[in-house]
Design a protein around this ligand. Structure first.
Ligand code: PLP
Length: 481
């Protein structure tokens, strides 16, 4: 996959922006002079000038006549999107045709990649992983050219169980089955606890791939209102469960997609109590758990559960290897049902990649790698937020995730991001329109922006263009009688 070339002046600009982002340069204080920065960064004066111009454009520095460059004061923070209120009546999943468009455009390298939540291979430990994969193929290739046991490779399950202990899950390798990504884990979990026609409670907005799985399984949904800071509304869940119609519930463990929200621990415990009281199992999706910006990884529901009422789904797709298609499921009491369904659908997960991943995890590189991508994603989302503050129409709201690498943006009514999506594609920009995150066409004035590519000038330019297009489209729609 090709990478955007980076110029020296962009690197210098990133260095100074990083100082400002980490608070080493405070707003309102003087930035290093052009001469100081060119000496410090071992670069020419003209490169330093270009870097500072770029920082001015980004709104990070401001030039004051006769006085030099100063760190700009950030504009007032945008509000966070509001919790939506909607019906808790079970309904069929109606999918927007835009989902397929979005996924097809995700692999088009000519587009500015703000659409799909796929980490840039440049940010993944791809070359180290390649070496491990090549060594595994050389040393164990023959042994790997077979079916894995139903639960998957023991070496990988051991590594997963070891890591899970750090975030409160006491699992043995036999409690875990390896799957083809988190997608298969979610599908197996739903198969274990529902029948076609049943109703599943989900957070709203939610990950569109989950909606696809629910529809494929002919399940109905109740979309629970979800707050961009505190996650799913516990009161709404209580009301939905009281109807007696809900057979299962699917929630993100932390840093949900697209809102980036995490329920406070006391809300997680309240949800677990409610679900246990109604005998409704919880399926949790923890694909983003390792991408936390704070010190601590939030505890998943399964670590707080005392009723064996949680099925845990995870994968390495957001942190290490989306192309390997490796996830896992900690099934609780549903192991037999899960394995039987796995045998009937994909039979087994490829062995070579499992063994290679186990080897990578065992040598300690994964933790170093995680620290690096957490910093990178936090920095990218911070910069994207600043551009949104400057370039999007007044009244725009944006989420403030503490993990993950996507932003949820709410444009003022009557914005319609379905139209904006088509216009943006024509200008070479891809983003995810809000409607794909709902089972019933909600969120037409919202969009999700992915920071998975990391920060560069192309992303910045794409965002600014998108903000200007949103402003123009909104002005046109507001003028209509
Ligand atoms: C919340 C969530 N769950 C699951 C998945 C799919 O994970 P995998 O690629 O491991 O199947 C995604 C991918 O975008 C996601 O965002």
């Amino acid at each position: 996959m090709s990478q955007s070339p980076r110029f020296r002046y962009e690197e210098v600009a990133d260095f100074v922006a990083g100082l400002a982002g980490r608070g080493a340069l405070q707003p309102g204080t003087r930035a290093p002079s052009l001469r100081e920065i060119s000496t410090q960064q071992r670069t020419s004066l003209s490169t330093a000038v270009q870097a500072y111009r770029l920082l001015e454009d980004r709104g990070i520095l401001e030039a004051r006549p006769q006085s030099g460059y100063y760190v700009a004061k950030p504009p007032p923070a945008l509000a966070v999107p509001t919790t939506t209120r909607h019906s808790i009546r079970p309904a069929k999943v109606e999918l927007s045709g835009l989902m397929l468009d979005l996924l097809e455009n995700a692999s088009d390298e000519t587009l500015v990649p703000l659409g799909c939540a796929i980490p840039n291979p440049r940010l993944l430990a791809s070359s180290k992983l390649d070496l491990v994969l090549a060594r595994t193929a050389r040393v164990k290739g023959g042994q790997c050219n077979t079916y894995s046991p139903p639960r998957g490779e023991m070496s990988l399950r051991l590594e997963i169980a070891r890591r899970a202990l750090r975030y409160g899950q006491a699992l043995s390798p036999d409690d875990i089955a390896v799957t083809c990504g988190c997608t298969e884990a979610l599908a197996l979990a739903l198969d274990a606890v529902t029948e076609p026609g049943d109703t599943v409670a989900i957070e709203s907005p939610t990950y569109f791939g989950l909606l696809q799985v629910l529809r494929a399984k002919r399940l109905k949904v109740v979309e629970l209102p979800t707050d961009a800071n505190t996650g799913t509304d516990v009161g709404a869940m209580r009301n939905a469960l009281a109807t007696g119609k809900v057979r299962a519930c699917v929630l993100a463990s932390s840093f949900s997609n697209p809102l980036g929200c995490t329920m406070p621990e006391e809300n997680k415990r309240a949800v677990l109590r409610l679900l246990a009281k109604h005998g409704v199992p919880l399926i949790e999706d923890d694909v983003y758990g390792d991408v936390h910006f704070g010190e601590e990884r939030p505890l998943p529901f399964s670590a707080l559960d005392t009723n064996d009422n949680v099925i845990y789904c995870g994968s390495f797709s957001k942190t290490l290897a989306p192309g390997y298609r490796i996830g896992w499921i900690a099934t609780g009491r549903h192991m037999t049902r899960v394995l039987e369904t796995k045998l009937a659908t994909s039979l087994a997960t490829p062995v070579l990649t499992q063994v290679a991943l186990a080897s990578f995890l065992s040598n300690g590189d994964y933790d170093r790698h995680l620290r690096r991508i957490r910093r990178e994603f936090a920095d990218t989302l911070g910069r994207m937020t600043r551009v949104i503050e400057q370039a999007f129409p007044p009244g725009t709201k944006v989420s403030r995730p503490e993990g993950n690498f996507v932003l949820w943006v709410e444009l003022p009514e009557p914005a319609d991001t379905r139209l904006l999506f088509a216009q943006a594609l024509e200008k070479g920009i891809c983003f995810a329109p809000g409607v794909v995150f709902s089972a019933s066409g909600k969120y037409a004035n919202c969009l999700r922006l992915s920071g998975g590519h990391g920060w560069d000038s192309r992303i910045e330019k794409g965002l600014r263009t998108l903000g200007a297009m949103a402003g123009k489209a909104l002005a046109r729609r507001s003028l209509k009688p």
